[in-house]
Design a protein around this ligand. Structure first.
Ligand code: ADP
Ligand code: ZN
Length: 616
């Protein structure tokens, strides 16, 4: 490393410590910051929660002039600016939510060179008036956040992003940094091309989010399983529950609330004021659960979302990874829980087949759905499947997913599959699973005798196997596309082409044994107390509650989300380090100079009021 790089790195580390209160850079942050601070362009791809913001905030502080950040979401802008100001950074935003006088005041500060960071909407960034203003001051850099908005391939296309090249044309010497969490290689190339960043340094961070524990749950009573999961693993903690339809959202939110949880609905059909109020309760409260359609999520950067649950199959692995990425941005343990129901797979398969799209489009959609089913059906590490989908290999099983923590029992199910397939075949391929199971078990029900199925060779051949197992076998045969529902026979199951080699014994079938037990806080949470996160020892419960109450009160006074004051990680560090002086307090992660000044004494008083008691 040459001399210049060295001193930039040292200055960057100094800002990281002094302003943000963190001891070390994460992943590839130092590399990006060094490059941009020295005047280079960069395209940064990092997963949600990877720490993208510091990648432009620190270079903006190191370089002379104001760093201009283009951000598509007004709500996010407001929170980011509030957090920066609370850390003592001169930051402001310009967007349509400001009235004339407030906007004028911000412009005055820009022209006076008084700002380090200015957040603007894309519409504003390309206005001639705005660009003229920038000509009259010094610009440190342009940061283009959520850069995938420039691409139609991405999921949140914003046409105004296409015009952002004007920034480069008007200010060719100012470095630009574009940032996104979008994984997909086509989208990435499209972003570079559209923003003229082909020559920029590409920083592609790994996609793994090791603190998120992935898991899939299946069987009867999805709602009850969800409730047990929340009560068991996340009592009193914030989370998001995704459902497919508005109706399910409403019903689930009402049901969870009736069960005593702090749950609120969110979907596009709700009144805008209700939607905003519910989102506000979620970000500004502690431990609120939002039950939502996928309309909820963009623009939520609450760091302590402890779980994301899906009650319906997501649209694709990309969508699933994006949605679950909203959990655990603060790096503390979080859960991604999904209910897997073969009925959803069947419905999605039908939607694809019946859609008016052409065959090549359908082929892509089938492949995406099959990849998702592959994830749900996987008997090996879920994270290896997810990362593999994004072209990354994880050499070892992760040790933090349900398949790793509680190995799924997979076995050669060829014989069971043959029995079930032949039962479907011999009954004429028009009966549903209930009837097929009766035949397999040898139950002479009215329907079985009426159709003479008690005289078939398959009648009773599966009597040794439990009914629950047969249900799981039939589900998996549908998921593996060996059986499919026949829409003309009211959902009766018929064989697919792929079933022939299985029946002839030429192809083996792997099956998973259904899991009867529900996972309890596996691997962690020994000796935990209801309502406390895993990292809090029972004897620290009272102090933890007091610290959270203190943070919530300070946040309320300033109308800010609590995490803007301190993250959970900082509160946990207070529990463990028990600082006794302002010097001790300054050493906690997330405590910069300004936070020390404003909040140090207040939190020290709370800590002193709860002297440590030895564990009993
Ligand atoms: P992204 O925009 O990539 O989703 P953020 O920039 O919001 O991620 O950062 C995620 C969280 O990680 C934030 O709470 C941030 O304060 C924290 N963070 C970022 N960099 C560091 C670091 N070097 N050390 C400790 N915490 C960090
Ligand atoms: Zn794993």
């Amino acid at each position: 490393m040459d001399g210049i790089d060295d001193s930039v790195t040292r200055r960057a580390e100094d800002v990281l410590r002094r302003v943000f209160g963190y001891g070390a850079f994460r992943g590839r942050q130092a590399e990006v910051i060094g490059h941009v601070a020295a005047g280079g362009d960069a395209l940064v791809i990092m997963p949600t929660g990877g720490g993208k913001s510091l990648c432009y905030q620190i270079p903006a502080l190191l370089r002379p002039g104001v760093g201009v950040v283009v951000s598509p979401l007004i709500a996010l802008m407001r929170d980011q600016v509030a957090a920066l100001r609370d850390a003592g950074v001169a930051a402001a935003f310009l967007n349509s939510s400001l009235d004339g006088a407030a906007a004028y005041e911000v412009e005055r500060q820009v022209l006076a060179g008084a700002l380090d960071l200015l957040y603007v909407s894309p519409e504003r960034a390309v206005m001639p008036r705005f660009l003229d203003m920038l000509e009259q001051t010094e610009v440190a850099l342009f940061a283009l956040d959520e850069a995938h908005c420039v691409s139609q391939w991405g999921h949140d296309f914003r046409p105004e992003y296409r015009q952002l090249n004007v920034l480069h044309e008007r200010f060719p010497k100012v470095p630009r940094i574009a940032l996104t969490a979008t994984a997909d290689a086509d989208t990435r190339a499209d972003i570079a091309r559209r923003l003229n960043l082909e020559a920029a340094k590409l920083i592609l961070a790994g996609f793994d989010r090791p603190n998120i524990a992935y898991g899939v749950s299946e069987g009867d009573g999805a709602r009850q399983r969800l409730l047990r999961f929340i009560r068991d693993r996340h009592p009193g903690e914030a989370g998001i529950v995704y459902c497919l339809s508005r109706k399910t959202v409403e019903a689930t939110a009402a049901w969870l609330a009736a069960e005593g949880l702090d749950a609120l609905p969110y979907h596009a059909g709700l009144d805008a004021a209700v939607r905003e109020a519910n989102q506000d309760r979620f970000t500004k409260g502690e431990g609120v659960i939002v039950v939502a359609t996928v309309a909820f999520g963009m623009g939520i950067d609450k760091p302590n979302v402890r779980f994301v649950a899906h009650l319906n199959l997501p649209r694709s692995i990309e969508a699933y990874y994006q949605e679950t990425g909203r959990a655990g941005r603060d790096g503390l343990p979080a859960d991604a829980w999904m209910d897997y129901d073969v009925a959803d797979v069947v419905a999605q398969r039908r939607m694809i087949e019946e859609s008016p799209s052409d065959e090549s489009r359908k082929r892509v959609e089938r492949a995406k759905l099959n990849a998702l089913v592959g994830y749900c059906e996987s008997a090996s590490c879920r994270r290896q499947v997810l990362l593999g989908y994004f072209g990354e290999t994880l050499a070892e099983p992760c040790g933090n997913c349900d398949a790793c923590l509680e190995p799924i029992d997979a076995f050669d199910g060829s014989v069971l599959a043959q029995m079930a397939l032949s039962a479907a075949y011999r009954t004429g391929q028009r009966f549903g699973s209930g009837h097929l199971i009766d035949v397999l078990l040898g139950k002479a029900s009215d329907k079985v005798t009426r159709f003479g199925h008690d005289r078939l060779k398959t009648f009773g051949i599966g009597a040794e196997t439990d009914e629950k197992v047969w249900r799981a076998v039939l589900r998996q045969l549908v998921a593996q596309s060996l059986l499919e529902p026949d829409p003309e026979a009211f959902g009766g199951l018929r064989l697919t082409e792929a079933a022939r080699p299985v029946l002839r014994g030429e192809q083996a079938v792997r099956l998973r044994r259904p899991r009867i037990v529900v996972r309890k806080s596996a691997g962690r949470g020994r000796g935990r107390v209801a309502g406390l996160p895993d990292q809090v020892a029972p004897q620290d419960g009272a102090l933890w509650t007091a610290l959270r109450a203190c943070r919530l009160e300070l946040a309320r006074q300033q109308n800010l989300p609590p995490y803007v004051i301190f993250h959970d990680a900082t509160l946990l560090a207070m529990l463990h380090a028990r600082p006794e002086s302002l010097d001790d307090f300054a050493a906690l992660p997330g405590v910069g100079g300004r936070k020390l000044e404003r909040y140090g004494a207040i939190f020290l008083a709370v800590i002193q009021a709860h002297p440590a008691t030895p564990p009993v």
